[in-house]
Design a binder for this molecule. Structure first.
Ligand SMILES: [Zn+2]
Ligand SMILES: [Zn+2]
Length: 303
């Protein structure tokens, strides 16, 4: 039996001391992983890490939180070759769902999506998808016009969708507080005959109706450790077909119960799979078989 953590960031700075150990620990526990890029630096770095390991793949993309200069918890994701921000106060910030981060509050740089750069990264043999990209209306920096920020996110998401179409790669979609609009955008592309490989809505936390609409459009739904403690999410996921679900950790964030508050690692996806098995009334082996199959169907460059 093995599992695939379909969305983690094992190449982020949170693992700068022990990344190889963490990857090996997870692989030895029978957990393969897709490590997801969020900026050009982390996208490049993810591919370098994937190159080194069988059982590790990468995606490349520019996360909506990195389109504008803002302060939030992201020092953990910068690759180790960048110097840490000396001015960043060491403070614990609260992440969504009450998770406490173990990092620093820093100013993130503003990055513009460079399609030529991402096109060349996407051609890498260990690149299995485009993203994470999408709409995040939860984190709109203060002092900026929300409409301008949202428009930038829409434009950048469209650029990712176009690249996914051109490269015939699936999308890893990040969405927060914007599910209905995200659905509309996906539907537009699908009805135009684009994004043929579809993809996955990662870290899903919407309603059952929203999940079903994404499924109808050919997307799969992925769940994180939030599933281990959120009764609302459990209620939704219980109703969704196992043949369309993926599991992930979103490491280093969102550590599942019983590991909440600690740094997350890909092997902990077992807790997510175990909860899913209980919700579905099937064995852990059955969940492993189904979610591995689903992940390989979505990210079909995984061999
Ligand atoms: Zn995300
Ligand atoms: Zn992520």
């Amino acid at each position: 039996m093995y599992l695939i953590d379909s969305h983690c960031h094992v190449h982020f700075n949170a693992y700068r001391e022990d990344m190889d150990e963490v990857i090996r620990r997870s692989l030895e526990a029978g957990v393969f992983m897709i490590t997801v890029g969020t900026q050009s630096d982390t996208s490049r770095r993810g591919l370098e890490v994937a190159e080194k390991y069988d059982g590790v793949w990468a995606t490349v993309g520019l996360h909506p939180n990195h389109l504008t200069k803002q302060e939030f918890n992201d020092e953990d994701e910068l690759p180790p070759n960048l110097p840490p921000n000396p001015s960043s106060p060491s403070t614990n910030a609260t992440l969504p769902y009450g998770e406490v981060a173990f990092s620093h509050l820093v100013k993130t740089r503003e990055e513009k999506f460079d399609v030529d750069l991402f096109r060349s990264l996407a051609a890498h043999p260990k690149c299995v998808g485009i993203g994470e990209t999408g709409l995040d209306f939860y984190r709109i920096p203060e002092g900026l016009d929300p409409e301008v920020v949202k428009e930038k996110q829409r434009e950048t998401a469209r650029a990712h969708f176009d690249l996914a179409t051109e490269m015939n790669l699936p999308l890893s979609i990040h969405c927060r507080d914007a599910y209905d609009e995200q659905l509309e955008l996906v539907a537009q592309y699908v009805s135009a005959g684009k994004i043929p490989r579809r993809g996955v809505i990662h870290c899903f936390s919407g309603t059952e109706a929203q999940a079903r609409s994404f499924l109808d459009l050919g997307f799969c739904i992925s769940v994180t450790g939030i599933l281990t403690f959120s009764k609302d999410l459990q209620k939704v996921v219980r109703e969704l077909p196992l043949e369309r679900l993926l599991v992930e950790t979103d490491s280093p964030y969102l550590s599942p119960a019983p590991e909440r508050g600690k740094r997350n690692e890909p092997w902990k996806v077992k807790h997510v799979a175990q909860t899913l098995a209980e919700l579905k009334g099937v064995s852990l082996e059955e969940v492993a078989r189904a979610t591995v199959e689903n992940t390989k169907r979505v990210f079909d460059r995984i061999k």
